[in-house]
Write a new protein. Structure first.
Length: 131
């Protein structure tokens, strides 16, 4: 079973692009990869240019895009962050690199709020401690 996620980028002009990723969307996988390997917005743009994907990798070339199997699933575009937050495709984990250069994530337990990636890892650790 896949842990679905989305990956988004807030572009310099304020628009937001978003793609879907089917596998391993949880913080310890996709979150960690995004945090550690996708800090450059131009690299994230190249990732989103590939469209929806089955799996994320540490390099854009290593990702498994649906386009490689003939499916046309380009990134979805929103006019600004507010439209994105209202109308975006929601999955179990929704990641966005904002113009401030930080990754944010909305996930189970955050009621649609976006936490910085650092805060999300701390929130997740607290949730595990409570279990």
């Amino acid at each position: 079973m896949g842990t679905r996620s989305t990956i988004a980028l807030e572009y310099a002009d304020g628009t937001v692009g978003q793609v879907y990723c089917h596998w391993d969307g949880y913080l310890e996988h996709n979150g960690k990869i995004l945090r550690d390997y996708y800090t450059d917005p131009f690299k994230v743009r190249n990732l989103l240019d590939g469209g929806d994907m089955s799996s994320l990798s540490e390099t854009v070339e290593g990702c498994s895009f649906y386009a490689e199997r003939g499916e046309d699933c380009p990134q979805r575009m929103y006019k600004d962050f507010q439209e994105y937050a209202r109308e975006c495709q929601r999955e179990e984990y929704d990641y966005i690199l904002r113009r401030d250069g930080k990754w944010y994530v909305s996930m189970y337990g955050t009621d649609g709020e976006y936490l910085t990636m650092q805060d999300a890892f701390e929130f997740h650790a607290q949730e595990e401690e409570m279990e």
